[in-house]
Design a protein around this ligand. Sequence first.
Ligand code: SAM
Length: 218
Amino acid sequence: MDRRSRQDIASRYDGHLQRCYVLGKLASDPVYAATAALLAGSPLPLLDIGCGIGLLGQYLHVCGHQASYFGLDHDPRKVAAGQHAARLAGLQEAIELRCADASDLPSMQGHVLLLDVLHYLPAAAQQALLRQASRHLAPTGQLIIRNVLREPNWRFHATRIEEFFLHASGWIRGGPQHYPDETELRAPLESAGLRVRVESLRGRTPFNSYLLVAQRAG
Ligand SMILES: C[S@@+](CC[C@H](N)C(=O)[O-])C[C@H]1O[C@@H](n2cnc3c(N)ncnc32)[C@H](O)[C@@H]1O
């Protein structure tokens, strides 16, 4: 995405700090480009669980993605910011955002996204959400997860320090509850009959972030 498009998206959010956050995130974090590449050309609807300020919906629209986007997040401030940005872009029909907990998913089926969300849930709730998310996949749908994984390396510790400051700043209410390892994420997905692939996805960040893509086998 070019600089101009990043600035257009950032201008739809209120306040200098939030606009700086959006610009920095779009410039340095590869998660949105990786997601757009995986979804390219697919007409299936998207369910973005823990969508935050709805940045992915805006990004996908700029990339020409046509399918409907439904995001939910339990933080009403972020949902309101995302709804406001969608209205300013004239995308209120294409980008639907709702304030809800991840345990309360709508009945749709398509692709399911969990980007940097799971570690804010306790371990048992993560397992339950992964099983739930699998049931919301269309037959050719992809479950796209980006998350920090618990590993014995400095990147994991750098991620924990970042999380401490995110929580202290009030940006993420509740803070991290449990950092999963790869096996914990694979197990419920493979039990649901999904094939899982895992790759590192940290771009120019120092964080221990991975991309997991799960799809029905065959
Ligand atoms: C780090 S942000 C990621 C936002 C977005 N997925 C992105 O990548 O731009 C994590 C989001 O998960 C949301 N979240 C955490 N626990 C949640 C829950 N139980 N139900 C719904 N949203 C939740 C937070 O409010 C926050 O907006």
